[in-house]
Design a protein around this ligand. Structure first.
Ligand code: URA
Length: 209
């Protein structure tokens, strides 16, 4: 079963509180979301493997360590996922960025992929899929399924706020995927919004309504 990591670093929690605040405007919301994404990326990458190397300092050789193992990729789910990409890239500038967009078919209510462009070497990369608001988990679960169908084998899911329903859905559909979030909130309301959540992340990020 994939593990659920609630990242309770004080800076992450402080910024999350500001992000949730209904009085936080678009500019500040965008900046805070990027900052929190950077801090979360720091925690999410804790388990990356290292290997020994030797580097020449001005005073001579030093045994030191560098990242080894698989290269990384980041895949935001459109549109709100875009708000966390730059923060992750600040810490992992060499990561490749894929994008996936989904809509819900009005007849079948099933998620349909309308856009998907992934790094060509996706099978070799460790991917961080980004969905800030994990509500029912339907979109995130479908996105992970589509990405797996394209060959991805190592996936972590990064959220900002998750509902218990979304956590359960991802764990049951993708038991090998570890989930990272800053909070697990109480519930979903009748409109599928996370309560208390922060409202519509895409609208708050881009100033649309
Ligand atoms: N998407 C959002 O942006 N907010 C929610 O509360 C749920 C899904």
């Amino acid at each position: 079963m994939g593990r659920v990591h609630v990242l309770d670093h004080p800076l992450i929690q402080h910024k999350l509180t500001l992000i949730r605040d209904k009085n936080t405007g678009t500019k500040e919301f965008r900046e805070l979301l990027e900052e929190v994404a950077m801090l979360m990326a720091y925690e999410i990458t804790r388990d990356l493997p290292l290997e020994e190397t030797v580097v020449e300092t001005p005073l001579g050789p030093a045994r030191s360590r560098v990242l080894s193992g698989r290269k990384l990729g980041v895949v935001p789910i459109l549109r709100a996922g875009l708000g966390m990409v730059e923060g992750v890239l600040k810490l992992i500038p060499a990561a490749r960025v894929g994008h996936i967009g989904l809509y819900r078919d009005p007849d079948t209510l099933q998620p349909v992929e309308y856009y998907c462009k992934l790094p060509t070497d996706v099978t070799e990369r460790e991917l961080i899929v980004i969905d800030p608001m994990l509500a029912t988990g339907g979109s995130a679960s479908a996105a992970i399924r589509f990405i797996k169908e394209k060959g991805a084998r190592h996936i972590k899911l990064m959220c900002l706020i998750a509902a218990p329903e979304g956590v359960q859905r991802v764990q049951s559909d993708h038991p090998e995927v570890d989930l990272y979030t800053a909070a697990v909130d109480e519930r979903l309301n009748d409109h599928g919004y996370i309560v208390p959540g922060l409202g519509d992340a895409g609208d708050r990020l881009y100033g649309t309504k």
